[in-house]
Design a protein around this ligand. Structure first.
Ligand SMILES: [Zn+2]
Length: 82
């Protein structure tokens, strides 16, 4: 393991906790969308999101085109692309 100061370790733990909260929220949202039958439909253009994309990125709420457009608009966003 890299040599980390106590402060760096604390910051990393905070970052991981934040990731967990965000991820669990995204998963809850995806499950709710599944229950309401809106899962797998792009929230921007309403096309069906490719199944392969959903398998690799089950919390995706946008099709790849909209996700890429959004990433270019909001540079530095934390949304993983595929
Ligand atoms: Zn779209």
């Amino acid at each position: 393991m890299a040599t980390l100061t106590e402060e760096q370790t604390r910051q990393l733990r905070d970052a991981m906790e934040q990731r967990r909260v965000t991820l669990l929220g995204d998963i809850d949202t995806a499950l709710q969308r599944m229950d309401s039958a809106s899962y797998g439909t792009c929230i921007d253009c309403e096309v069906d999101i490719r199944f392969e994309r959903l398998v690799a990125f089950p919390t995706a709420t946008r099709c790849i085109q909209c996700a890429e457009r959004r990433e270019k608009t909001y540079v530095g966003g934390a949304t993983p692309s595929l």
